[in-house]
Design a protein. Structure first.
Lengths: 611, 177
């Protein structure tokens, strides 16, 4: 497995080391921290002047950026890139079956490792097929470099075969993009692309390379440093704000910490735990903030929002202080803004100043990297005790437990619970988008840090299987579990071929209910149960898997789950479980659109059972 | 409310499209958008007059600052001590009878006559947008055949300058390349 991938596991400690090196230099002004990271790259700074083609220079640059795996799909304009690859055996190239999958795989790899994920596509349709994957990465702040080939510079603008203005198309969905028009700009552009993708608030960067630039001779002077005037992400928050924040925390009676994706991006898991323990405050997660704190931790409440657990929503609605860490107050999280956390003061920490005050006004804004801000706050606050507040939340948890009331042979929630059991909560989970995603968020108790990957902001159906290609490359030593609906699965099921070709031990769990379940749920609740466009048929998934050479079995009852999951886990290679779950099951609790998060609707069958 | 944003951006391909996208996305009505060389080599100075609430403009300014290549973005709406000037070129229809009257009006507004034909006068005027509005108003009865306005550019009075940061050594080095 490891050999076939060619990617080495990235240990968390390595990832931390890289960041510590950047932030550890206390004397360096924060605005220059990002430059230091790059200057200290072991392979950076070699100023060899050798004759290469542009295509070779692309791979040379990737090598210097530490890239050892790319997801790609060839094509006419991209031919020189692929031809040059023969000289770079250290880079593992994964042929996906659709360019969208290349982008999602690079995204999954980046989320799992913190490194920049790289995907390569040809001009025209190759480039446009990346678009959904790039947008997914943009909305979730994932560092990615997308390399697209372009028709020769001389014919740009003439509607040449497979010509499309991809920099124009991706302008609103990239952190930045480039069309390289001169060979002399190629190296600097590649350097900048990686620098921009991973620093500050990470995001996708696209580099469009005309075919003649790829074939022309190109000098390789890899710049030691990269600097963009005006681009100075703030890493450390101003001390003035830290003092105000510490005072607000000390004064709060009902504080709640909100952990967002930024905790993962900043690798601030330890800092989060220490901070929460010091101030003895409960931690609520956003969807992407799940697994920022072990679910076993007594202060971990789980996810809030539209399908959040009741006690997490009630904690927020009754809080007097919200400490938001690397999250953007998404509408699925806040519910109706007018009713959101009516008594709470907001202390908002984010590396992107534009997120602060965007949806909810912040009483105390702190622009900075979550890890550094938490370090500063933890030393600035006294040890606190909120046992009464925590007891209150426990009472809510007892009154509104997360129970399974479904009565059919295979309730979907039981599938997630079985997955939790078979992996002991330590699994690496990639979920798609829909009902099953919410059931994972509710019923899988993530004990392992940074172990949950899903498309949050864009809600991209079809994300999970291709993203798992990348997540698996980042976690070569253990299988990756894909949880996916039958609708989502059919959006990108061609990637089973990639799974088979790469012999990846990806375990696909299909929550097969014959519906586009989340939309069906909304039709049931808000559109008079008129199920238009949501019943969906599919192939026999077990036979389908077999046709790809992937072992599979069907599960139709709760009693079969434990054994089936154990077989999947213990099989050395890929495995597929087609779980025929109850068709009309709804996700509860649910906060209806436009209402307060305190007014969540609970499973009506639960109420009926109460005496 | 009418807001004025002044920005310094790097002069590079796509910059204009990036800025346009920013305003179009949220449906802001841009009254005027003026771009031209600044005192820094390779840096364009942009003046944007736009209508929107203060919170909306705050968000726009923040998003604008995030554009790679944006060096400085400032909302100068409430700056008291500043100069806002615009240039106007206007072609006014004249007859032998009315020509002298238009010339005296131009004089009154310190507008220059830059071209003359048998049936038109071409006037060039600069100044506060309000002043140019007034000039157009008094010319209207003679018949305005064509007009072109640049949109206002803003600059503060006194010794202060908009951007110190873009003059740092590293930035200058980058810009010199």
């Amino acid at each position: 497995m490891t050999a076939s991938l060619g990617a080495s596991p990235v240990k968390q400690s390595d990832r931390r080391k890289a960041l510590t090196r950047a932030g550890g230099a206390g004397m360096v002004p924060s605005t220059f921290l990002v430059l230091v990271i790059d200057a200290e790259r072991p392979e950076g700074g070699t100023a060899r002047a050798m004759r290469h083609t542009g295509a070779e220079v692309v791979w040379e640059c990737l090598t210097r950026e530490g890239v050892d795996v790319v997801w790609a799909y060839p094509g006419g304009a991209a031919l020189p890139i692929f031809d040059a690859l023969a000289k770079y055996p250290q880079i593992h190239y994964v042929l996906v079956r659709h360019e969208q999958a290349a982008a999602h795989a690079a995204d999954g790899y980046a989320r799992a490792t913190g490194k920049v994920g790289v995907c390569v596509a040809t001009s025209g349709p190759g480039a446009t097929n990346l678009v959904t994957g790039i947008a997914t990465a943009m909305l979730d702040s994932v560092p990615m470099v997308a390399i697209t080939a372009q028709v020769a510079d001389s014919v740009i603008g003439t509607d040449a075969f497979q010509e499309i203005n991809i920099t124009g198309i991706t302008l609103p969905i990239t952190k930045h993009n480039y069309l390289v028009r001169q060979s002399k700009d190629l190296v600097r552009t590649m350097r900048e692309a990686f620098f921009l993708a991973r620093t500050g608030r990470p995001g996708p960067v696209l580099v469009d390379l005309p075919k003649d630039i790829l074939t022309a001779p190109c000098e390789l002077h890899y710049p030691e440093r990269v600097s963009r005037p005006g681009y100075h992400p703030v890493v450390r928050a101003a001390p003035y704000h830290a003092q105000r924040a510490a005072q607000a925390i000390a004064d709060a009676k009902h504080p709640v910490v909100l952990a967002g994706h930024g905790v993962h991006v900043a690798t601030a898991w330890e800092e989060l735990r220490r901070f929460a323990e010091r101030i003895n405050a409960p931690v609520v997660s956003t969807l992407l903030g799940l697994s920022a704190l072990s679910a076993d931790h007594p202060l971990c409440l789980g996810m809030a929002g539209m399908h959040g657990v009741a006690w997490a929503n009630l904690a927020i609605q009754n809080a007097d202080l919200l400490i938001a860490l690397g999250m953007r107050m998404d509408d699925r999280f806040t519910g109706s803004l007018r009713h959101f956390a009516p008594q709470a003061k907001l202390l908002h920490v984010d590396i992107d100043p534009a997120e602060i005050g965007k949806r909810v006004p912040a009483a105390i804004p702190m622009v900075g990297d979550v890890r550094f801000v938490l370090e500063a706050l933890t030393t600035a606050v006294p040890e606190l005790d909120h046992r009464e507040w925590l007891a209150q939340i426990d009472a809510w948890r007892e009154r509104h437990p997360l129970a399974v009331h479904a009565s059919g042979p295979l309730p979907p929630q039981e599938v997630i619970r079985a997955l939790h059991k078979v992996t002991a909560g330590e699994g690496v989970i990639v979920s798609d988008v829909g009902q099953h995603q919410m059931w994972v968020a509710q019923h899988y108790r993530f004990r392992r840090l940074n172990s949950f990957f899903t498309s949050g902001g864009l809600g991209t159906m079809g994300y999970s299987l291709p993203a798992a290609l990348g997540v698996q490359a980042g976690h070569p030593s253990q299988p990756v579990w894909v949880v996916v609906g039958d609708g989502s699965f059919q959006m990108n099921l061609q990637e089973l071929a990639t799974v088979a070709q790469e012999r990846l031990p990806i375990k696909t769990v299909i929550m097969d209910n014959g519906y586009l379940g989340m939309v069906r749920q909304w039709q049931e609740l808000f559109h008079g149960a008129r199920y238009i466009g949501t019943p969906i048929s599919g192939p026999d998934f077990v036979q389908l898997a077999a046709s790809f050479g992937i072992a599979a079995q069907r599960v139709t009852a709760t009693a079969e789950l434990a054994k089936a999951f154990a077989v999947a886990r213990d099989s050395g290679g890929p495995y597929l479980l087609d779980c025929k779950v109850q068709q009309d099951e709804n996700v509860y609790p649910m906060v209806q659109p436009g209402t307060s998060n305190a007014d969540f609707v609970e499973d009506p069958r639960g109420r009926a059972q109460e005496p | 409310m009418r807001h004025v944003l002044v920005a310094l951006v790097q002069d590079e391909p796509g910059m204009l499209a990036r800025m346009g996208n920013l305003f179009a996305r949220r449906g802001y009505n841009v009254e005027s958008f003026t771009a031209g060389a600044s005192e820094l080599p390779g840096v364009t100075r942009i003046t944007i007059v736009v209508d929107g609430s203060s919170t909306a403009l705050d968000q726009i300014a923040k998003q604008f600052r995030k554009l790679v290549g944006a060096l400085k973005v400032a909302d100068v709406t409430s700056d008291k001590d500043q100069l806002a000037h615009e240039m106007l070129l206007v072609k006014v229809g004249v007859t032998a009878k009315t020509r002298q009257e238009v010339v005296s009006l131009a004089d009154l507004f310190k507008a220059r006559i830059v071209d003359v034909s048998t049936t038109t006068l071409l006037l060039e005027a600069t100044g506060e947008p309000d002043k140019l509005d007034k000039l157009l108003e008094v010319l209207r009865p003679f018949g305005i055949k064509e007009q072109a306005r640049t949109g206002a550019v803003f600059i503060g009075r006194g010794a202060g300058v908009l951007n110190q940061r873009a003059r740092s050594a590293s930035d200058q080095k980058y810009l010199a390349e």
